[in-house]
Design a protein around this ligand. Structure first.
Ligand code: N01
Length: 541
């Protein structure tokens, strides 16, 4: 081993491996498989007692992926693609978790995963990393790979009185495994993002009464979920190579070809027909059907109005429809939810909508929610579909210390800075899968994850051969920060003032556009150029 020093440091009481990977979701499982296949010893540390990451924790009613099953999966092994059988157009949480369990078994991954291990600290000491878990065990490694997810740090709003609530409350991202019995009970949901929009129709079916506390009205497109037939699966399986090629060349890592029709040049009836067809197909494909919807304000205004009209058509009560109509941000500048009977749910007798932008939540009382006007909403169960401290939250949930003991929290006080979303100046030999500054949440995640992990594996092979360390240079980081800002500013995305893309959903969080909006294909080419040039931005030494 050219680096030679790790053994000299001695083992932590938990031993040492070439690489420690934190997290056993889509990223961590693939990192383990890929790095092991390149001859690295790997230890994965996972706080849960099973694999799945996001899909382990998010067990709320209606939890389902918004990407379609045939491409929301790994592409690294054609045999895996051929043998797995998805049952629905959009896979439910249990099915995705089952898929990841299958992957863990099929590639014999579990023997290198320590479950129930919550990392509290990771510190670099000149030779490698010491990773300490909450039970006091320390493990050592040469390279540290974080695979902690982008949306895994639950954001529970700090509302006075929550501790005194006499009913039960849950965040959707930490839903009890045994489920929550809402039948016949008075249920409140705070939040109408992708999660709330999935959960609300399902909760409404079972609850005695459901009260939705909405702060920002949202656009939503029908998912049009349906069982997948044998014929559809067979056709997909015979087409996989072509599907993957389209994904690799795309903006979002989806296998959709973006429309090249200038919609505003069409006569009104043709434009309407295009929208109607996209609406009928449903899902995230809707966005791909409208060229420039995220860059041309006039196109977006037209599309947004079509979607507002759909809300008015669907919701019977005009006042409720008006409250549900988004007017403060252009379509898709917040992540567009997709739904199954979301707006229809407000036609049910047992559902009511409360506009907490007009009348904010003042407190949680033992009996329920009290608004600033004094209005009281008695509840038995309160559900927070209030999202996540996105991208940075998972990385700052434990103490990462790099060169000279500097913490990542200090380094990112003014907002995160990375090179390519993959590494941080001052933190040698640390690699952040889907970190801030990567396209991650703006893409189909498994596609982005495979690209990251493959790229990191190539770099680790080089470091193993040469004994060099990799640490992004401050110059490369500054250049990438400008590119991330430029890419966001070339779109309408920053116009959604309350977006979690900007960190705006977490009080006190720095306002920095977090993911890279320049598109997956362009990002991949940038990473490839960095590698081909000998990793100049990673300051190999
Ligand atoms: O969270 P969100 P999410 N008082 O932050 C409201 C992915 N995802 O869990 O907009 C009142 O989007 C908040 O209001 P506002 C997907 O990328 C994927 O729904 O800040 N309301 C908003 O309405 C998604 O974008 C899938 O004004 C409060 C909601 O809570 C991301 O996860 C499924 C509040 C939070 O919306 C996050 O989605 C689900 C307060 N104090 C999610 N605080 C699949 O693909 C927050 N809100 C399966």
């Amino acid at each position: 081993r050219p680096w030679g020093t790790l053994e000299d440091m001695g083992d932590g009481d938990g031993g040492h491996t070439d690489v420690i990977v934190i997290g056993a979701g889509f990223s961590g499982l693939y990192a383990l498989h890929r790095l092991r296949s390149r001859g690295f010893s790997v230890q994965v540390l996972e706080q849960a007692d099973g694999v799945g990451g996001t899909w382990y924790w998010n067990r709320y009613p209606g939890a389902r992926c918004d990407s379609e099953s045939y491409y929301y999966c790994y592409s690294f092994d054609p045999e895996l693609e051929q043998e797995w059988r998805w049952t629905e157009r959009y896979p439910g949480q249990e099915e995705i978790r089952g898929y990841l369990e299958h992957v863990a078994d099929r590639y014999d991954l579990r023997r290198d995963i320590a479950f129930g291990v919550r990392v509290s600290e990771a510190a670099w000491d000149g030779a490698g990393w010491t990773v300490t878990s909450e039970d006091g065990t320390s493990r050592r490694c040469r390279w540290l790979v974080t695979a902690v997810g982008c949306l895994s740090a639950a954001n529970v709003p700090d509302i006075p009185g929550l501790a005194d609530f006499a009913g039960e409350w849950h965040h959707t991202g930490r839903w009890p495994h045994e489920g929550v019995d809402v039948s016949g009970r008075r249920v409140g949901v705070v939040g109408t993002g992708s999660t709330g929009i999935q959960a609300i129709p399902v909760l409404a079916e079972a609850a005695g009464h459901l009260t939705v506390f909405q702060r920002t009205a949202n656009y939503s497109i029908p998912a049009r979920n349906a069982p997948l037939s044998e014929e559809e699966m067979t056709a997909t399986k015979s087409d996989y190579a072509a599907i993957r090629r389209v994904q690799q060349g795309s903006t979002n890592g989806h296998p959709f070809v973006l429309s090249d029709v200038d919609i505003l040049d069409l006569p009104a009836d043709q434009r309407r027909a295009l929208y109607d067809a996209a609406w009928e197909r449903g899902g995230l494909r809707f966005r791909a059907a409208v060229k420039d919807v995220l860059s041309d304000p006039d196109v977006n205004a037209d599309t947004s109005e079509f979607l507002r009209e759909k809300i008015r058509e669907t919701v019977h009560d005009p006042a409720t429809a008006e409250t549900l109509t988004p007017r403060d941000h252009p379509f898709a500048t917040k992540r567009p939810p997709i739904d199954t009977h979301y707006f229809e749910t407000y036609n049910r007798e047992n559902v009511s909508l409360v506009d907490v932008k007009a009348d904010p939540i003042a407190a949680i009382t033992p009996d329920g929610v009290r608004l600033e006007s004094g209005a009281e909403h008695p509840l038995d169960v309160l559900v927070f579909a209030t999202g996540f401290d996105a991208l940075t939250g998972p990385l700052l949930s434990f103490d990462i210390r790099g060169r000279d003991g500097v913490s990542l929290r200090e380094a990112w006080r003014e907002g995160p800075r990375t090179h390519l979303g993959l590494g941080v100046a001052g933190f040698p030999d640390l690699f952040t899968v889907t970190g801030p500054g990567s396209p991650s949440v703006l893409t189909n995640m498994p596609t982005a994850i495979e690209q990251h992990v493959d790229w990191i594996a190539d770099l680790l092979e080089r470091l193993r051969a040469t004994g060099e360390h990799a640490e992004p240079t401050p110059e490369a980081e500054a250049t990438w920060a400008s590119e991330v800002a430029r890419a966001a500013d070339a779109t309408l995305l920053p116009q959604a003032a309350s977006s979690w893309y900007l960190g705006a959903n977490v009080p006190g969080k720095a306002r920095v556009f977090l993911p890279y909006a320049g598109g997956y294909a362009r990002y991949r080419a940038t990473c490839d150029d960095e590698a081909a040039a000998g990793y100049p931005g990673f300051g190999l030494a």
